[in-house]
Design a binder for this molecule. Structure first.
Ligand code: EPZ
Length: 430
């Protein structure tokens, strides 16, 4: 398993390009199952989850090709026929987002067999609402030998209210509804930018979706969908992670190809914590993109954070914020409201000298504490980002183990950090 060896204490300086959003690319790839025509996706991040999803689609019978481009990668997916609408356990257990094939398969083929994802380090993460929603649209669902069997002659549009706001649940049902007979209304839908991006792709494919990005999404079913070309939105969590990296190392970064409108809560919280952040338009070739400049202007201030569904402070930035809070003057109270077990990074940060008390959903971080380099172990994607941030700020050498977690959502993060002045290297052990 690969590790990172990091020598901390160096401020990060320079420019970094933000990649495409993993959590927008994954549902977009699943959406390609809804049509027999080719779908071309640009600005695809080359991260492990994308490779896993591509493997799943190929195994089901879709053709795909991936080629590098100036900004990101170009992924073409052609699901002419899907002889075997099955998502096997071996792939789903690697990446729970595989459940995103469920809606498209039932919507287009009337049949899907998808392994239940099982638990994960940060929580139980059931998919009961995905299944309840498909049943409301007329699918018959059975659970056999750890697999969900979903069947429907043709889904029927209906009203479905989500008891809990769920990102992939909203995405699954929105995709399934595009080919249903009649109109579907999804109430209490997730508002994430990734939902809007998926709806934009689906509408380019000929779907009729309104309201994406609001709590009520309306989908008028159509007979079939066509191919399309779409560029994935920037990754707002990678953006937030680099903002935190500049702050925790006392550095100064320019983030290119970012979308500041997708992380207003994160930027507001970091400004409250004393970080200087400003965004401005920039031209990159013929494209007008956004640039975010971030500068640490002295010791940070403590600031409380409660994670919430979008547009609130994202749970996917909680671990990174916790690392930063260890350097702030005062106590920061962090409340995690989305997942029940998302503090595994706290124990590892404590091994580096952090003063953190976890009590159920709440964690109190007392700062500033001097962090010293240590051997630490990553437990999940965002926890590993948190440990890398802490190691960049710590005195001396750290070794972060099990970095395959970080490779799931960050494209060669060590190369990006090295170019910004970090002393980081990947140790590959077979
Ligand atoms: C998405 O996961 C993201 N993954 C997660 O990012 C992110 O942390 C999460 O949304 C919350 O923002 C992708 O988009 C691929 P949920 P998802 O369904 O959709 C409960 C990362 O780091 N729930 O919004 O699986 C659930 O237990 C990953 O990139 C049900 O009870 O999360 C949780 O408490 C980690 N029943 C809450 O809803 C259901 O049927 C939110 O989960 C579905 C969800």
């Amino acid at each position: 398993m690969d590790k990172f060896r990091i020598e901390g204490g160096r401020p990060l300086e320079g420019k970094v390009t933000i990649g495409g959003a993993k959590n927008a690319a994954l549902p977009a790839m699943a959406a390609a199952l809804l049509t027999s025509k080719r779908v071309v996706l640009r600005n695809i991040p080359r991260v492990r989850d994308i490779i896993t999803m591509r493997g799943l689609l190929d195994e089901m019978g879709a053709d795909s090709s991936l080629k590098g481009e100036r900004q990101g990668n170009r992924l073409a997916i052609h699901a002419r026929k899907i002889p075997d609408p099955t998502a096997p356990y071996e792939l789903v257990k690697q990446m729970r987002a595989s459940v995103l094939v469920l809606g498209p398969l039932v919507g287009r083929f009337g049949h899907a067999r998808v392994s239940l994802p099982g638990g994960c380090a940060i929580g139980a993460r059931p998919i009961n609402l995905h299944l309840k929603g498909l049943e409301k649209l007329g699918a018959t669902i059975s659970i056999e030998h750890g697999y969900v069997e979903a069947r429907a002659d043709r889904l029927q549009g209906d009203l479905f209210h989500f008891d809990t706001i769920t990102v992939t649940g909203t995405e699954n049902l929105m995709m399934a509804a595009t080919l249903a007979d009649g109109v579907t209304v999804l109430e209490n839908a997730a508002l994430e930018p990734e939902i809007e991006d998926l709806a934009a792709l689906l509408n380019k494919m000929g779907a009729d979706i309104t309201g994406a990005g609001t709590p009520t999404i309306r989908v008028r079913g159509v007979a079939r969908l066509e191919g399309a070309e779409h560029s994935i939105i920037p990754d707002r969590i990678e953006t937030g992670t680099f903002l935190a990296a500049a702050a925790i190392t006392g550095g100064h970064l320019i983030l290119e190809c970012a979308e500041p409108r997708h992380l207003t809560a994160v930027m507001a919280k970091l400004r409250e914590a004393g970080v200087e952040i400003e965004s401005r338009p920039a031209t990159r070739g013929k494209d007008v993109t956004q640039v975010i400049e971030v500068k640490a202007t002295g010791p940070g201030r403590a600031a409380d954070v409660t994670t919430q569904e979008y547009p609130g402070f994202p749970t996917d930035m909680q671990a990174q914020y916790m690392a930063l809070a260890t350097q702030a003057q005062g106590s920061s109270v962090i409340t995690e409201t989305i997942f029940e077990n998302r503090y595994l990074h706290a124990l590892e940060l404590a091994r580096m000298g952090a003063d953190i008390t976890v009590d159920g959903r709440r964690a109190v971080v007392r700062g500033p504490t001097r962090l010293s380099g240590a051997n630490v172990q990553a437990s999940d994607l965002r926890a590993s980002a948190s440990l890398v941030l802490a190691a960049l700020a710590a005195e001396g050498e750290s070794v972060v183990d099990r970095v395959y977690h970080i490779d799931r959502g960050y494209e060669r993060i060590e190369d990006k950090l090295k170019r910004l002045g970090a002393q980081i290297q990947r140790i590959t052990e077979d």
